[in-house]
Every structure is written in C-alpha cells, then in structure tokens.
Design a protein around this ligand. Structure first.
Ligand code: PLP
Length: 375
C-alpha cells in the first residue's frame, strides 16, 4: 500500500506511541488525583505542555490542550464573542469547515462575518484584509496553509497588519506545523491551532496556543482543567504523544522540506504529463507535502476507489467529512469550473514516503486516468 493521504491523518510516530503507551497500560490514573500515579500522569501533561511550547517558541501557560484542530479552531472563533463588544470577524473563503461553520454559527447569533476571496492560486492578500478591518473588528482568522491545495498564506504579514491595527489574529496551523517553522517570539500571532493526528500524534488531541493576555473564553465547563479553558479529564496518553510529536516534527524542518519538496516536485512533474491535467494552488508558495491536481473529464471519487484497489491511498480535493462528499469550496473559490473540481485528486506526503513509491504511484494514477477516460 502506498499511503498518500497524510493531510487527512499521518502515521503515528514510534516515539509518540512510546510516550503514550504507559498512560494506556500501567498508569491509567486521573491527572487530578493526589496519589503517586495521579501525580505521574499530571507530570506527563506538564512535560507535554513544555514540549509543545518549546516547539513553537511559546510559554507553557500559553498552551491549552483540546480534542483536536476542530475544537482549537472553535475555541479561538467563539472567544471572539467576548472581545470588547466588537462584532466583526474577518476570515477567508478557503478555511477548513471548523472555521467556516463556527463563523456561520456566530453569524446566526448576530456577528458580522466577512470572508475574503483568494486569488486564482489560493493566496489571500493582506491588502484585501486591510481594506475591511475597522473599529468593529474583533478577530481575523486566516489559515497558515491550506489543507486541500497546500497554499501557504502570508500569515506573518497578515499578523503584522493585525498587530498594527489592534485586531486579534488567529491562524489554523493544522497543516503547517512541521512543514513551516513557527516561532511565536517573532510572529504576530495571538492564537494558533494544532491537531495531533496530522503530525505523528494520536487522534483526539490538539492544542490552542493563546498568547498571554489574549481574552479567550471556555466553551466547555466543568472541573476547570486546562487553566479553566477546557474542562474534562485530560487525554493523558494522547497529550504525551502530542508533546513528543511536536518535538519530533520540529527537529529538522529544513531537511524535511528539502527531502519532501524533491518528492513532491517529482510527482508534480510526472502528473503534469497526463493530458488535460492541472496543478491546483501555487507552484511556489506550497507545502512540501501537498500535490493537488485536477484532471479534466474525470470523476475523482471513482478514481480514488480505483486507486485504492491498485494500492494507492489518496483523496479527492480533501478527505470527505463523515463519509459525505461535497464539492470543494476551496477549488470553487479559486474559480475552477465544475469539471476541474469534480476531477480533483489530493496526494499528500510524509517522511515515510520513498522515491520508489512516488514513481509507482504516478504510474498507477496515469494508467487509471487513461482507463477512466477511455470508458
Ligand atoms: N484545520 C485544518 C486545516 C485541517 O486540515 C483539519 C483536519 O483536516 C482540521 C482543522 C481539523 O482537525 P481535527 O481533525 O483534529 O479536528
């Protein structure tokens, strides 16, 4: 099997698994308990918070563990309800549904939401955001990198703009962590979302970074865990794994990018040879792990099924949510016609992929596209 769906879920890193195992087997204690086992579990959560903070140049008390990227995004967006009586959120048309649907709910509750369009490569321009920021703006939320087309946004520039204009800035970095260096000491980012299962951790864990002084407010009430921001007994095993995964993906980003960019470009070069194919997103401002293509006159849902039978795991534009397929809002925002949207295939790489796999997968994709076209 050749696994090219790493943006949906990446393999668990062996060191992350080792970090998690003791808290599934011998130490099952509640980290709030006063006894030795409880204290050990609590120490594991503290250590993971320190690891996560160190990986992004943050302070441990700025890290709030959550159940994943979706919850982190919601925590950031819903916190905007309490930002100084301001009633406007600026985001983009190409965010993950975790942002778009949270904003839709806030709109239903009376807030104004402005969604900025990207250009034809999927890049959101800071000038377009500057044009709509006003005194009523509570929050700007722009993802660091897009999950479907891999476009890297000018989030540092957008952060600077927000800092200058006194508006809080959140970035969904779920797909960026490990692929782009993220240092909160130099970036003007107030809140940042991370998901564990995209970076070698375990599903059901994530974090929200919130810079000291950012007025976030809880969505879940209870025992007051996570400094009162996220009640509920901590998922100690997954949190321990997340701490280790954050350390591991931050270890050598330049080398990771060099190696993956070479594989990515090799795959792009081979798929560009397929007649009527087109790379979606940017050639230059692109995650080293993302290849998104559209093939004219192809039903990519059927293509993904055929590829599966041939041993290649891929997605259509994105992994469909809860098994339902929707036409990609990201590709539509880029201005692609329905034919190109319906023929979109997303291939996402990890460090575990080899050159041999890329060559084999490209051959299989070329063959499957030709076969579907010949009917
Ligand atoms: N944000 C982005 C950009 C994502 O790609 C995803 C997952 O695909 C999420 C948020 C949601 O993360 P999770 O699956 O941890 O809820």
């Amino acid at each position: 099997m050749i696994y090219l769906d790493n943006a949906a879920s990446a393999p668990v890193h062996p060191k992350a698994l080792s970090a998690a195992m003791p808290f599934i087997t011998e130490n099952f204690a509640n980290p709030s308990s006063a006894h030795t086992l409880g204290r050990e579990a609590r120490l594991a959560v503290i250590a993971a918070r320190e690891q996560c903070a160190a990986a992004i140049g943050a302070q441990p008390e700025e890290i709030y563990f959550t159940s994943g990227g979706t919850e982190s995004d919601n925590l950031a967006i819903f916190s905007a309800l309490g930002f100084n009586d301001k009633h406007k959120i600026i985001t983009t048309e190409i965010e993950h549904p975790a942002i778009l649907n949270a904003c839709k709910e806030l709109q239903r509750r009376g807030l104004e939401v402005v969604r900025i369009s990207p250009d034809s490569e999927g890049i959101v321009h800071a000038e377009d955001i500057a044009a709509v920021i006003d005194n009523n703006t509570a929050l700007v939320s722009v993802m660091a990198a897009n999950n479907e087309i891999g476009t890297i946004q000018p989030f540092a520039e957008i952060g600077e703009l927000c800092r200058r204009t006194g508006v809080l800035f959140h970035t969904d970095a779920v797909q960026a962590v490990g692929n782009i260096p993220l240092d909160m000491r130099v970036l003007d980012v107030d809140m940042l979302s991370v998901s564990a299962h995209k970076i070698g951790g375990i599903k059901g864990a994530g974090l929200l970074y919130a810079r000291k002084g950012t007025p976030i407010s809880p969505m879940i009430f209870g025992g007051g865990q996570e400094m009162g921001m996220r009640s509920g007994t901590e998922n100690v095993a997954a949190i321990a794994a997340l701490g280790t995964a954050m350390t591991e993906v931050g270890r050598n980003i330049p080398e990771h990018r060099r190696r993956l960019s070479r594989l990515r470009d090799m795959l792009i070069e081979k798929l560009e040879k397929i007649p009527d194919s087109r790379l979606n997103g940017s050639h230059t401002d692109r995650l080293c792990s993302n290849v998104s293509f559209s093939f004219a006159d192809i039903d990519s849902e059927a293509l993904v099924m055929t590829l599966d039978l041939m041993g290649v795991c891929a997605s259509t534009a994105s992994a469909c949510s809860a098994g339902k397929h929707h036409r990609s809002h990201v590709l539509a925002a880029l201005g692609l016609d329905e034919n190109r949207i319906d023929g979109a295939l997303r291939l996402t790489l990890s460090d575990q992929n080899t050159e041999e796999e890329i060559v084999t997968a490209a051959g299989i994709i070329t063959e499957c596209v030709a076969r579907q076209r010949s009917g």
